[in-house]
Design a protein around this ligand. Structure first.
Ligand code: ADP
Length: 382
């Protein structure tokens, strides 16, 4: 059995482990909370901080292979483990470059990957001099996730929202579609590309509202998006599963927004809708098995189950019993507590009609909700 370690025990780790049963792997998870989503599904659990050098190093030392489910890990420890012959996927050098939005953007520029123009800023004060570049999007270099660490700056009145830390100031794109293309690269450099998916964002939470596959794009735009994503991932020169997020602007030009070097929210539909799920694909990469096919088996919509506004505390899934059709799959991440905006699960519906996508997504979101025992009176979003 190959000993495989996963840094992080969130929902991505949980779903990766759920799909491990088909593979010959002994699984190890490092996370600083025992009641994390991945805990019930791993063979071995280590309690510890994924950002701490000694903890990550001693966790990885006896393993054959190690991967991540979140970028914020101690890369230096992974570099040391790689030096000592442990297979680290993705390569620590790529993880380091991607985990800082500044070096990630510089990489795109150096490799002629189309990405919105940008400046690098080190303090909020500098934004005043860059006002002619507005409207722009300010993105903190380190530590942002799920839209936290991203601010839209339209004019001088928005400067106070900017980050007083190293950040990227990126030209605001007039987005028509946001899409994602997952690209798998195995250890022998073979490539498999998942069909592009379309992501529709909730502007209030700045979180994925729903995802639809296949993306509602012309075949030529789909082809171009696949080409750009593949070129980019080739430039990484690393095995791994990469989710490339792209924008299609109003004049049908495609830009790379960012890349996640791991399994990703935009690929959850693949469990039921694609010939190989993103989780199976990562196992195939880790265990040196042939990469599976990636064709669409059935059209799909995926919505996240997000902690409802005003509900915090012990999580309660509501409405799941009302869904009786064979085409709807509810995934609950087993998190004990909810808070507004927290990702608690997701729902995939198959055999959807693209023209009814918004209706279907809103039906699912309104039918299946994550509440808690007690309702707060304040109208807050966290
Ligand atoms: P995160 O890493 O937190 O997901 P992103 O860089 O993906 O942050 O940005 C979050 C969202 O902000 C994007 O999905 C998009 O809707 C919006 N956004 C990001 N960059 C731009 C841009 N250059 N122009 C317009 N909107 C943007």
């Amino acid at each position: 059995m190959t000993k495989v370690g996963i840094l992080g025990g969130g929902q991505l780790g949980r779903m990766l482990l759920e799909s491990a049963a088909k593979f010959k792997a002994e699984t190890y998870v490092l996370e600083n909370q025992e009641n994390c989503p991945a805990y019930p599904f791993c063979d071995h659990f280590t309690l510890g901080d994924i950002r701490d050098y000694d903890t990550v190093y001693s966790f990885g030392k006896g393993l054959d292979c190690i991967t991540i489910e979140i970028e914020q890990v101690c890369v230096e420890a992974l570099e040391k483990l790689e030096e000592e012959g442990i297979t680290v996927i993705p390569k620590p050098s790529v993880l380091k470059m991607i985990s800082n939005k500044i070096s990630q953007k510089e990489f795109y520029q150096q490799h002629s990957i189309p990405t919105p123009d940008f400046f690098i800023t080190y303090s909020r004060e500098e934004l005043v001099k860059l006002i002619d570049f507005f409207p722009a999007v300010h993105k903190v270099g380190l530590g942002g996730y799920d839209g936290k660490g991203v601010e839209l700056l339209y004019d001088i009145n928005d400067i106070h929202k900017g980050f007083d830390a190293p950040a990227v100031l990126e030209k605001m794109t007039e987005i028509k579609h946001e899409i994602a293309v997952q690209v798998a690269v195995d250890q022998a450099k073979n490539i498999a590309v998942f069909p592009p998916v379309e992501m529709v964002f909730d502007p209030r939470l700045n979180l994925l509202d729903f995802q639809i596959c296949p993306a509602r794009l012309s075949p030529s735009l789909q082809k171009e998006a696949i080409e750009i994503a593949t070129n980019l991932v080739n430039a990484f020169q690393s095995p791994g599963l990469f989710a490339v997020e792209l924008f299609v602007d109003q004049s049908a030009k495609i830009w790379v927004n960012e890349t996640a070097p791991r399994v990703h929210n935009s690929g959850h539909h693949s469990i039921e809708a694609i010939a190989t799920s993103q989780f199976e694909m990562l196992w195939q990469i880790l265990l040196k098995e042939p990469l599976g096919p990636t064709h669409v088996k059935k059209s799909s919509i995926m919505v996240n189950i997000i902690g409802a506004p005003n509900y915090s505390g012990i999580a309660k899934l509501e409405g799941a019993d009302s869904i009786t059709d064979q085409d709807t799959f509810i995934h609950w991440y087993g998190k004990e507590t909810t808070k507004p905006g927290r990702k608690m699960g997701h729902v995939t519906r198959l055999n959807i009609k693209p023209e009814n996508a918004n209706e279907t997504a809103h039906f699912l979101k309104n039918s299946i909700r994550c509440l808690s025992d007690t309702k707060e009176n304040k109208d807050s979003l966290v």
